[in-house]
Write a protein that binds this ligand. Structure first.
Ligand SMILES: C[S@@+](CC[C@H](N)C(=O)[O-])C[C@H]1O[C@@H](n2cnc3c(N)ncnc32)[C@H](O)[C@@H]1O
Length: 297
């Protein structure tokens, strides 16, 4: 499938209820399908291994705020550029937040970076509000072959590789449209981590993994909704296991989501290995993590 730029308009979207965050949240709390419940559990639970018990953190661009059902930190606050009842902080633009320097041990950014107009400004702001050694925990879209096919089929969001995400002058999304999206942004940022760290030296990467294919296609949609086949939990668990194995082996073909954890460099500019060793808790190997989440899913 072509990597040629693809930009459907909102009117062309074949999914229903695009941007209906309140509706998606209500649906989740009103008996969600096993398909969606297990998908979301798998999407957020892995993050807990990068969060210490006394850590304080926020999610930027939290949308439905469902991460709060899964993140175990006691001091965890929801923020979004929008204005929802369940937010702890409203109208928080992740590119220019109201928080003081060095406020948080961790920040969660789930499927919001591909909506940002200026990715470099986002990382600058995250570095400012994180404590030295703090973690930016990222869950993002991965524009694999299957993902690009699904985007073209559903016309849900677009992608373009013709965008220099490392140029602070380049505008990568419409800054006046919170739902403007370029699903290639995470690939442009993270596929070559050495390039990322060269352009964003404030962070070092301490984790990278891939997930989701069939379980995302048959989830019915996290916010925008579409057709899906409701399945018993044990079948969804099997699909999640199958996806994890396939996405890890063939990320550019099948993985529809990816996970990245960046650590804000401390004053000594520690390497990735040193940074991992200095974490106040033990981080599991990607393999051990996958096994634990599979058996818990
Ligand atoms: C696709 S939703 C993801 C919601 C949630 N994090 C999740 O994973 O389900 C993107 C969210 O990012 C928010 N958003 C977009 N641009 C933003 C910005 N510059 N600052 C803060 N939030 C932003 C939108 O309002 C929306 O709620």
């Amino acid at each position: 499938m072509s990597q040629r730029s693809f930009y459907p308009t909102h009117a062309e979207n074949r999914m229903r209820h695009e941007g209906d965050i309140a509706g998606a949240r209500a649906l989740y709390f009103n008996r969600p399908s096993a398909n969606l419940r297990l998908l979301l559990r798998h999407r957020y639970e892995w993050m807990n291994q990068f969060i210490g018990p006394d850590d304080e953190g926020i999610e930027v661009g939290c949308g439905t705020g469902l991460s709060k059902e899964f993140i175990q930190a006691k001091k965890y606050y929801l923020t979004d550029a929008a204005d929802f009842d369940w937010l702890d902080y409203r109208h928080v633009d992740a590119l220019a937040t109201p928080f003081a320097d060095a406020s948080f041990n961790f920040v969660v950014a789930s499927n919001m970076i591909h909506h940002t107009a200026r990715p470099l400004a986002f990382f600058g702001e995250m570095q400012r509000i994180l404590l030295p050694g703090g973690r930016l925990i990222i869950q993002e879209v991965n524009a694999s072959l299957v993902m690009r096919m699904m985007l073209r089929l559903m016309r849900h969001e677009g992608y373009s590789y013709d965008c220099n995400v490392f140029d602070p002058e380049v505008i990568c999304n419409d800054p006046h449209d919170l739902w403007s999206a370029n699903c290639a942004i995470p690939n442009l940022l993270f596929d070559d981590m050495a390039k990322f760290e060269q352009h964003v030296p404030a962070f070092t990467s301490i984790h990278s993994s891939f997930s989701e294919c069939t379980c995302m296609i048959n989830s019915g949609g996290v916010i925008a909704k579409t057709f899906y086949i409701p399945l018993p939990a044990w079948v969804v668990r099997l699909m999640i296991r199958f996806d994890a194995a396939m996405a890890g082996r063939f990320p550019s073909l099948v993985a529809m989501q990816r996970q990245v954890v960046l650590q804000s460099r401390d004053a000594e500019g520690a390497s990735a290995t040193e940074s991992r060793q200095r974490l106040p808790f033990q981080v599991e190997s990607p393999h051990a993590l996958a096994m634990r989440l599979r058996s818990a899913a």
